[in-house]
Design a protein around this ligand. Structure first.
Ligand code: HEM
Length: 422
C-alpha cells in the first residue's frame, strides 16, 4: 500500500459522513477542493489538484461525501492510468446507478445509455449514434452557426456581454432544444429544474425538480408519439430496436438522460473557455490569426476544464494498491486530476492550442465516452470561428468583475467581458 504517513492532504473532518467498516481511517481524506464544489480565483482553477499526484499521496483514497451524482462516498483514483482502468474494465466496474437522480422520485428504471453495462449498452448506443456522428454534426452545423451568429450579432456593437449568463448559458441549450424538439418556452424551467437536481443540497428540492421534469417528459413523449416529427425526441419516443418497439421505461430512460447530459455541460465549458481567453490576449490573437488551430485549441480547452468526475460500482471484491475494495463499493475517477497527469501530458499546465494526441477524460473514456462529444466539439469550434470573425477586437474581463470560478459543472454564473467598438 502507498505510504500515508507523509500524505499532503488532511484527513476528513469528524463531521464527515461515516464510511464503511473496511475503509482504513488514514485513507479517508478531504479532497473536496478537487471535486468541483469549492470555488477559487486562480488563473488555472484546477491547479490545486496537482497535490493528488504527489508521490506521497495515496494511489487510492476514500472520499466520504456524495460523489459522481450519487448520495454516498466513494474510493477515488487520481492518476491517468488508474482512471483509464476504471473506464475500460467493464468486467470489474459497472455504471449501473451512476447519476441516477430519478430514484429520488421513487423511479426504478435506469438512465440510458449511462446506467447500462455492456453488452446491452451497445444496442442503445447503436440506436442513438446516428444522431451524433461527425457526419450528422456536420449536417447540423449550418443551424448551429445560425444560432451562434445571430446571437453574437445582437451584442457585437455593444462592446460588452455577460458571456456566461447571457450567452454561454443560452446558445448550447437552444441547440439542444432544437435537436430534441423541446419547445424554447421551456428554456428557463429546464435550467431551473436542472440547477435544483445537480446543485441544490436539499434532497427534497432535488426530488421535487426530478418529479417536475419527469412529469414534463412523460407528456412530451406522449405528444411525439401522437404526432411524430423529424426530431431526436420523436425518434426515441417512436423508436424500435431489432424490430421491437422500445418499452415505456426505455423511452423515458433515454429521453431523461439526454436531457440531463445535454443541457448545460457545453454552457459551463463556454464560460470557463472565455474566462481563460479573456485573461490571455496572446492566446486570443493566436487563434484569431490562425483559425486552422481551432480544432486542437478546442480539445485543449476541454482538457484543461474537466467538468465532471465520473463514478463506477465495483462488481466484485478485489485489491488495488493494497486496499481491499468490496463488491458494491463506488470508485470515482477524478478527471480533474488525471487530465493534468505529467505521465500522460507533457507540461500539463501549459495551455497548448496545438497539442497533439490529446486523450483527456473530460468526455470520459471507455464505452460510455460522451455521446454528445462531437456535438460539443462542433458547437465550441463554430463558436470560436464565429466569435473572432464577428468580434475581431481583443476582449477582456470587465474591470471590477468577480472572477471566482468553481472548477466543475457549476463553473461561473456571471462573467461580463468588454471590448472596444469603433
Ligand atoms: C462539453 C460538454 C460535455 C461534457 C464535458 C460531457 C461529459 C460527459 C461525461 C464525463 C460522460 C461520461 C459519464 C460517465 O461515464 O460516468 C458523458 C456521457 C454522456 N453524455 Fe456528455 N458531456 C458533454 C456534452 C454532452 C451533450 C451536448 C450531450 C447530448 C446532447 C451529452 C450526452 C451524453 C450522454 C447521452 C452520455 C452517456 C453515454 C453512454 O453512457 O454511453 N453530453 N458526458
Amino acid at each position: 500500500m502507498t505510504s500515508t504517513t507523509k500524505c499532503p492532504i488532511a484527513r476528513a473532518p469528524a463531521n464527515a459522513p461515516p464510511v464503511p467498516a473496511h475503509v482504513p481511517p488514514e485513507l479517508v481524506l478531504d479532497t473536496r477542493f478537487a471535486n468541483g464544489h469549492i470555488p477559487n480565483d486562480l488563473a488555472d482553477p484546477y491547479a490545486p489538484g496537482d497535490v493528488l499526484r504527489d508521490p506521497a499521496f495515496p494511489r487510492i483514497h476514500f472520499y466520504p461525501w456524495p460523489a459522481s451524482g450519487n448520495q454516498h462516498g466513494a474510493w477515488v483514483v487520481t492518476r491517468y492510468e488508474d482512471i483509464r482502468r476504471v473506464y475500460e474494465d467493464n468486467d470489474l466496474f459497472s455504471s449501473e446507478g451512476v447519476a441516477q437522480f430519478q430514484v429520488l422520485a421513487g423511479e426504478t428504471w435506469p438512465s440510458i445509455p449511462l446506467g447500462i453495462d455492456p453488452p446491452d449498452h451497445g444496442k442503445y448506443r447503436k440506436f442513438l449514434n446516428p444522431w451524433f456522428t461527425p457526419i450528422a454534426m456536420k449536417a447540423r452545423e449550418p443551424r448551429i452557426r445560425a444560432i451562434i451568429g445571430e446571437m453574437i450579432d445582437q451584442f457585437a456593437q455593444r462592446g460588452e456581454i455577460d458571456i456566461a449568463y447571457d450567452f454561454g448559458r443560452v446558445f448550447p441549450v437552444r441547440v439542444f432544444l432544437d435537436l430534441m424538439g423541446f419547445p424554447f418556452a421551456m428554456f428557463e424551467q429546464f435550467l431551473a429544474w436542472e440547477w435544483d437536481i445537480l446543485h441544490e443540497p436539499e434532497i427534497a428540492t432535488k426530488a421535487a425538480a426530478v418529479r417536475g421534469i419527469l412529469g414534463y417528459l412523460r407528456e412530451f413523449i406522449g405528444e411525439k408519439q401522437a404526432a411524430p416529427d423529424a426530431t431526436l425526441g420523436s425518434y426515441i419516443a417512436n423508436g424500435t430496436i431489432d424490430g421491437e418497439p422500445l418499452t415505456p421505461d426505455e423511452v423515458l430512460g433515454m429521453t431523461w438522460f439526454l436531457w440531463l447530459g445535454g443541457l448545460d455541460t457545453v454552457a459551463s465549458t463556454v464560460s470557463q473557455m472565455f474566462r481563460r481567453l479573456a485573461m490571455a490576449p496572446a492566446l486570443q490573437a493566436r487563434i484569431r490569426d490562425n483559425p486552422a488551430i481551432i480544432p486542437t485549441a478546442v480539445e485543449e480547452f476541454l482538457r484543461v476544464q474537466p467538468l465532471v468526475n465520473s463514478g463506477r460500482k465495483a462488481k466484485r471484491d478485489f485489491t488495488w494498491y493494497g486496499v481491499e475494495i468490496k463488491a458494491g463499493d463506488w470508485v470515482t475517477v477524478f478527471n480533474s486530476s488525471g487530465n493534468f497527469d505529467a505521465a500522460q501530458f507533457a507540461c500539463p499546465h501549459a495551455f497548448d492550442p496545438e497539442r497533439q494526441a490529446n486523450r483527456h477524460f473530460t468526455l470520459a473514456g471507455g464505452v460510455h465516452l460522451c455521446l454528445g462529444a462531437h456535438l460539443a466539439r462542433r458547437e465550441l469550434r463554430v463558436l470560436l470561428r464565429e466569435w473572432f470573425v464577428r468580434i475581431p477586437q481583443p476582449f477582456r474581463i470587465k474591470p471590477g468583475t468577480d472572477t471566482t470560478v468553481t472548477p466543475g459543472l457549476l463553473s461561473i454564473r456571471n462573467l461580463p467581458i468588454v471590448w472596444d467598438v469603433n
